[in-house]
Design a protein around this ligand. Structure first.
Ligand code: GLY
Ligand code: MN
Ligand code: MN
Length: 439
């Protein structure tokens, strides 16, 4: 916690600097950031799990407190309107006794619908930042989530403060406890569901707390990119295990994937080759490098691995141009990471919000930005046996370039993905996943 406390003041100073700049440009008085409201389930008296507005948790590690508000104008101490109802049904959060308290001015709110009494009298020149536009309208906000402000904040959010970097290292550290437990559970014969339980216990995070639904896939299930079902049955045969799981620390996500072979065989060799390739890609991350170029380079490296393992034949460039590498590696190389797993801003090229889309041939790439200092990104190449995509090759003469025997041999293993979280520094990069001891 000391690490976060030491850097918090400069974090708030940086956020204030950003707000000061954009509100003076947009001629507004400040931002009123709403933590959010619970969402009710249809025809029920239960709410969905609460997910806080990311613009709110950027300021404070308060993740589970609906009906809270932050007033920031880039100059004064941020004001926190903290919701503390009189309620004997639910647990009422007391104001945390936390290091960040001294950096905010606090007002207590006991009835959510009485917030107007604590907000500025005239809200005409304040911008509402949040999800509940109807609430904002009733309160009298004229400006709600203005594009210029949102683009500016999203563009700059890619550059993490030192406080944010400490949070992201910590969220890697926590996730890795889970990954080690999950790996052991796999080798000890656990089902997907049992492995998930071990993961959550080791991270001490519930399934609504971790930043996204864990992917825990045994055998062929590893070929399903977004496999979030958790089979409780232990499979008869154990070939492979793919786990894509993160953790949350102060609202910052980690996003880590590992793939294991149960025995030494062609699949374990393929994992080793993919691992070497992944590390080569990580080693190339530097300020000024275009993320799209790394993604395209990944296709060249995948082509080489496909040929080396006798999965396909042909010249490497041809394999890319004919879309054959995309059948085995159909997703993007990775994305920005931070307050959200797929952090915003991956396509923003300036603070005005100029959008550069992914190249047509790579529609699932989530980042087209040029790397810069203090950005955090994932690098997550993959190689899968996906029958629905392979079927497409059977429709034309590309099928002759596929060694179907090797494909059949690999099918029971599903696929491979290896994903690390990396901080870009001036003259090096920092692989925060491997540095925590996960290899
Ligand atoms: N876990 C989601 C992703 O890797 O992007
Ligand atoms: Mn992932
Ligand atoms: Mn990812």
């Amino acid at each position: 916690m000391d690490q976060q406390a030491n850097h918090f003041e400069s974090h708030i100073a940086e956020l204030n600097r950003r707000v000061a700049e954009i509100i003076s440009r947009e001629k507004i008085s400040g931002l009123v950031i709403h933590s959010g409201q619970p969402h009710r389930q249809f025809l029920d008296d239960l709410d969905y799990p609460f997910k806080v507005n990311p613009h709110f948790k950027a300021w404070l590690p308060l993740l589970d407190n609906p009906h809270c508000w932050l007033l920031v104008n880039g100059r004064d101490k941020p004001q926190l309107i903290f919701y503390r109802p009189v309620d004997f049904w639910h647990k009422v959060d007391e104001l945390p006794d936390a290091f960040w308290i001294e950096h905010v001015e606090i007002k207590l709110l006991s009835k959510a619908d009485k917030v107007a009494e604590l907000l500025p009298n005239d809200l005409t020149h304040w911008a509402y930042i949040g999800e509940h536009l109807d609430v904002a309208e009733v309160l009298g906000f004229k400006t709600r989530n203005p594009d210029a402000v949102i683009s500016y904040l999203h563009y700059h959010r890619a550059s993490k403060t030192l406080y944010e970097l400490t949070c992201m290292r910590k969220s890697n550290e926590i996730a890795i406890q889970g990954h080690i437990a999950a790996k052991n559970a796999f080798f000890n014969g656990g089902s997907e569901f049992e492995i998930q339980q071990q993961y959550l216990t080791a991270t001490n995070q519930g399934e609504n707390e971790v930043p996204y639904g864990n992917i825990i896939a045994l055998n062929e299930n590893a070929s399903i990119l977004h496999y979030t079902k958790l089979a409780s049955q232990r499979p008869d045969n154990r070939y492979s295990f793919l786990i894509d799981a993160g953790a949350n620390f102060f609202g910052y996500a980690s996003d880590i994937t590992r793939t294991y072979a149960f025995e030494k065989n062609i699949f374990s060799e393929l994992i080793e080759a993919m691992d070497r390739m992944q590390l080569e890609l990580v080693a190339m991350m530097r300020p000024g490098i275009k993320y799209v170029d790394l993604h395209i380079l990944t296709h060249q490296k995948i082509a080489k691995i496909l040929v080396d393992f006798d999965i396909v034949s042909g010249d490497l460039q041809g394999l890319i141009e004919q879309g054959i590498t995309s059948v085995f590696f159909p997703h993007g190389l990775g994305h920005m990471l931070g307050l959200q797993v797929h952090d915003v801003g991956g396509f923003l090229h300036d603070e005005r919000g100029t959008h550069i889309a992914a190249p047509d041939a790579h529609p699932f790439l989530r980042c087209t930005r040029t790397l810069a200092v203090n950005q955090v990104l994932t690098i997550e190449p993959g190689l899968y046996i996906i029958d629905s995509l392979l079927d497409g090759l059977k429709q034309d003469n590309r099928q002759s370039q596929i060694n179907w025997k090797t494909v059949d041999q690999l099918r029971p293993f599903g696929g491979i993905r290896i994903e690390d979280n990396v901080i870009v520094h001036v003259d090096r990069n920092e692989n925060i996943t491997r540095d925590c001891g996960l290899h």
